[in-house]
Design a protein around this ligand. Structure first.
Ligand code: FAD
Length: 336
């Protein structure tokens, strides 16, 4: 394999019902920085039926070029068809780096493509960078139970690939007046429906979750420092007074005080609210990776050395049982 034949940074643009889902746009933001460091093009690739119009909007989000394969057999995600289509594009156009959203489909596709084109894949990365001198992609993720951040390199194979969870990267603001024009490359897929081993019979959409922390603007999150059901109730009252959603560390979920759909962190959700209030949370790296991109983080902890203060913009060293009821009362009065 001649590594120098490979160039450009690619992003898998995932779509549902021909609508682009946000994680692809978030990765265009991250991909733009990588492409600029390497001085190469940022390209999206989108597979589906009737997706060309949607593809055109990607220029405003930083893409220079978009590869499109439009075919009814690509309407819904299937490993077989998407792997073949992506493999064909990779073999023909030789991208240097490919980023995928770590959605159910993105994770499935990335691992299938890694075997199809015989390259490596770093899953669930939280930091992306380039070693410009060596022209190597550096994909970092928590490892060994979150005790270290591992930077993973793919030195001998191309493309270098990573998945990134939704909301870890910030979606860029679209620039509808960006100078220049998008290069659109249309390709075809050689597969035929009757030769495929899988058929999509029906898509059953899951009912919307009662808690949607990923969309929340304000989250009040409870950690083990709140101790028990009574303490958790105290946190819920503060959240109510602020009109906020309730988040939790894994220890709180494991203590049975709330469901897993409230858990923030490596094995829970990644959230990016405008305000995240962490109460009695120590700041383990597995928690931090899920909330570190919040606009404003306020931490309340009675231990001045708690690691959460390293991630917080505002740190309050106090006993949660004293300060939280006072805050709830103040917000209730002021916001009434
Ligand atoms: P603790 O670490 O026990 O911290 C409690 C904090 O409360 C302490 O800092 C203490 O000073 C403070 N406190 C005590 N009393 C008071 C008081 N009266 N007032 C104010 N503060 C007080 N964790 C997650 O959260 N999310 C994940 O997704 C996740 N995934 C994981 C995946 C793996 C593979 C592993 C190994 C671990 C994972 N964890 C996760 C667990 C993580 O390592 C920590 O154990 C967990 O986050 C700790 O939760 P905590 O901060 O609530 O509790």
């Amino acid at each position: 394999m001649n590594l120098e034949d490979y160039k450009d940074v690619w992003v898998f643009i995932e779509q549902q019902d021909s609508h682009i889902i946000d994680v692809g746009l978030e990765l265009l933001g991250a991909g733009r920085e990588l492409a600029d460091k390497l001085d190469v093009k940022l390209c999206g690739f989108i597979l589906g039926d009737h997706v060309t119009e949607a593809a055109k909007s990607l220029y405003a989000y930083g893409a220079d070029k978009v590869y499109v394969i439009e075919d009814p057999i690509l309407k819904d995600y299937r490993t077989e068809t998407y792997m073949k289509a992506t493999g064909d594009l990779v073999r023909k156009y030789k991208p240097e780096i490919i980023l995928y959203g770590a959605t159910a489909n993105g994770k499935d596709l990335a691992s299938a493509v890694a075997t199809e084109v015989m390259t490596g894949l770093t899953a669930d990365t939280t930091l992306l960078d380039i070693n410009v001198e060596k022209r190597l992609f550096e994909a970092s993720r928590p490892a060994f139970g979150g005790n270290i951040m591992a930077t993973i390199l793919c030195k001998k194979h191309r493309p270098q690939m990573a998945t990134v969870r939704p909301k870890v990267m910030k979606k860029p603001d679209p620039d509808w007046h960006r100078e220049g024009t998008l290069e659109l490359v249309s390709e075809a897929i050689s597969l035929k429906e009757d030769t495929l081993r899988t058929k999509v019979i029906e898509i059953v959409r899951e009912a919307k979750k009662a808690v949607n922390l990923e969309e929340a603007d304000v989250i009040v999150a409870a950690g083990k420092g709140i101790k028990d059901e009574k303490g958790f109730q105290m946190v819920k009252e503060l959240a109510d007074a602020l009109g906020a959603s309730v988040g939790a560390s894994r220890d709180i979920v494991e203590a049975g005080l709330c469901g897993h759909d409230h858990q923030v962190g490596q094995t829970g959700l990644t959230v990016t609210p405008k305000l995240y209030i962490a109460i009695g949370i120590s700041g383990a790296v597995q928690h931090i990776v899920g909330m570190q991109n919040s606009d404003l983080i306020i931490a309340i902890n009675n231990d001045p050395d708690a690691a959460i203060f390293n991630a917080a913009h505002v740190g309050v060293v106090a006993d949660a049982f004293e300060i939280v009821p006072m805050l709830t009362q103040a917000f209730r009065t002021q916001l009434a």
